[in-house]
Design a protein around this ligand. Structure first.
Ligand code: NAP
Length: 518
């Protein structure tokens, strides 16, 4: 039997006594780890965070916390080869793992350096200017942020076991709030390896980080108005968490990053032969093959002018023909496995739902011949492209196939684009690929309220573009409506999600003594 993953509870490693759930290697089907939280004392975890982790973090100033993050990121960076080896068992190729592992560590470095530049060497963060209130100048106000005295519970999806944890941990540390990490069961073995190193590094004070490997159990029962739940996953789980009394009754903060039917829009000007046409085809194919399409930001809806649909299909086919699906341990492989056989079944079911309104124009959802792997034991799928000729149908705007899948949707006139984009009911990211400033302006103006991020891609920025699907630590990540209505990242904005904003009022001298300014 494989090793049971230990949880980190109040300064000790806890191993559940039962057999737990066995997690399988996504590509080989071999057992990798067991996971269970049977007997886990969740109340003790929350108490430890509040009594030990939080106060220890808050004895440090913002600058000291930023320095601790740098030390942590440096330590993890030196140990990352081991994470890369483990990551192969999640089905990720080495390139995919770079986004998760190096991307996660890089995010910690960015938060550290931004904090060193932008946060004060104190415990209190002023927000905005002093507001004169009394006509005589003796009474003013100023907003300040202080650390929440509770705990940040982060609940993560399976697809980014390292980045998903670190992008939430870094701002919580800066805010002076301890974290309980709850990774998805399927990829907890990788998160656990990194958390073991976080503890071993000694960079953060005891209690700043604890780990739950397995189900969350009754953890939420102990949370309330001082606490933050930072969730990434499906909208149905988000709804469950929001309905919990911790949130609905006791007003714990709950930030959710959920499903998203992200669109990418090709401009009518971007005809075959233009740099923008080539960029579009490249972006679509890269998006659906990176992490085998298991990114929340993946392009699910490709909005293409009717006259260019055949050309786009031909271009995408030519690129996808070169994709090599198989065991990520084989260096010729360019697309690995989905995270599990269960997830593959889910994706196939979603494709079946999409096919009620679409036809498959590339790939066979039920068959693939993976390199160096057994198609029955590993969770492999071919990339699949669908065409939905009638964009008024609901399926492509509502069904998320969380795998290497996208649907091409033709549009008639530029005026059709905004309403089509909005039919995703709120998305994490959209992209417009065009060199026509008027088209870009019209699309961005109508689509922005429905998106957390919009990439405008053209020949001028393509060389340095980070791509449609990659959230950046400097910019916000999250989206309205279906995407969860949450917001993460965005530089120091992220830190404030773990802090309380208070309006201070008093004499100019008192406010200046407390919050700075005059
Ligand atoms: P999921 O089933 O909602 O699971 C997400 C996390 O929630 C896991 O850690 C899971 O733990 C936990 N969980 C499930 N039920 C819970 C409960 N009742 N109480 C507390 N925690 C609970 O989602 P998934 O299938 O792993 O992830 C895929 C979905 O996530 C996709 O739909 C994708 O769109 C979305 N996603 C969104 C983003 C984003 O940034 N917006 C990023 C990645 C993925 P267990 O694993 O132990 O069940």
């Amino acid at each position: 039997m494989p090793e049971m993953l230990a949880s980190y509870v109040a300064g000790e490693w806890y191993t559940a006594p039962d057999e737990g759930t066995v997690v399988l290697d996504a590509a080989t089907g071999d057992a990798v780890a067991r996971v269970s939280t049977t007997g886990l004392d969740t109340r003790r975890m929350v108490d430890h965070a509040r009594r030990v982790g939080g106060p220890s973090l808050r004895r440090l100033t913002f600058q000291e916390r930023a320095a601790a993050l740098k030390e942590l990121a440096t330590f993890l960076d030196a140990n990352k080869a081991a994470y890369h080896e483990l990551s192969l068992a999640t089905g990720a190729t080495r390139r995919d793992s770079t986004g998760d592992i190096d991307g996660g560590i890089g995010t910690v470095f960015v938060f550290s350096s931004r904090a060193r530049r932008e946060l004060p060497d104190g415990l209190l963060l002023p927000d905005g200017d002093v507001e004169p209130i009394g006509k005589g100048g003796t009474f003013v106000g100023r907003h300040v942020y202080t650390s929440l005295p509770g705990v940040a519970l982060q609940v993560n999806a399976f697809n980014f076991p390292v980045w998903g944890m670190l992008e939430k941990l870094a701002p919580a540390v800066l805010a002076g709030v301890p974290t309980i990490v709850k990774p998805a069961t399927q990829t907890a073995f990788l998160t656990a390896a990194v958390v073991r190193d976080i503890i071993a590094s000694g960079a953060l004070p005891e209690g700043a980080v604890q780990l739950v490997c397995g189900g969350a159990g009754d953890l939420l029962d102990h949370l309330g108005g001082e606490d933050v739940i930072a969730f990434t996953g499906s909208s149905s789980t988000a709804a469950t968490l929001r309905g919990n009394d911790a949130v609905a009754g006791r007003a714990a903060r709950c930030n959710a990053e959920t499903d998203s039917l992200n669109c990418s829009i090709l401009g009518p000007d971007a005809v075959t032969g233009t740099p923008e046409f080539d960029l579009y085809v490249k972006e679509i194919t890269r998006e659906i093959t990176t992490k085998a399409g298991q990114r929340c930001t993946c392009i699910r809806r490709a909005l293409v002018p009717k006259s260019l649909v055949d050309d786009v299909i031909a271009g995408v086919r030519a690129r996808l023909d070169k994709v090599v699906v198989g065991n990520p341990r084989n260096d010729t492989v360019t697309m690995g496995a989905l995270v599990s056989l269960h997830q593959r079944d889910e994706v196939r079911a979603s494709i079946a739902a999409l096919r009620r309104a679409s036809q498959v124009v590339f790939g066979d959802p039920l068959s693939v011949d993976p390199v160096d792997a057994d198609a029955d034991r590993g969770a492999f799928m071919a990339p699949v492209v669908l065409l939905c000729a009638d964009g008024s149908r609901s399926e492509p705007h509502e069904v998320e196939a969380f795998g290497p899948v996208t649907t091409i949707i033709p549009y008639g006139t530029p005026e059709d684009v905004g309403p089509l984009a909005a039919r995703g009911s709120g998305s994490l990211v959209g992209s417009v690929i065009s060199y026509d400033p008027e088209f870009v302006r019209a699309v961005v103006t109508s689509a922005a309220p429905h998106h957390g991020r919009i990439l405008v891609l053209d020949r001028d920025c393509a060389g340095e573009s980070t791509g449609h699907g990659t959230p950046m630590p400097q910019l916000v990540h999250g989206g309205p409506g279906r995407a969860g209505g949450g917001e993460e990242l965005g530089g120091m904005r992220a830190v404030k999600h773990f802090m309380q904003r208070t309006a201070l009022q008093g004499s100019p001298a008192v406010i200046a003594a407390l919050a700075g300014g005059s």
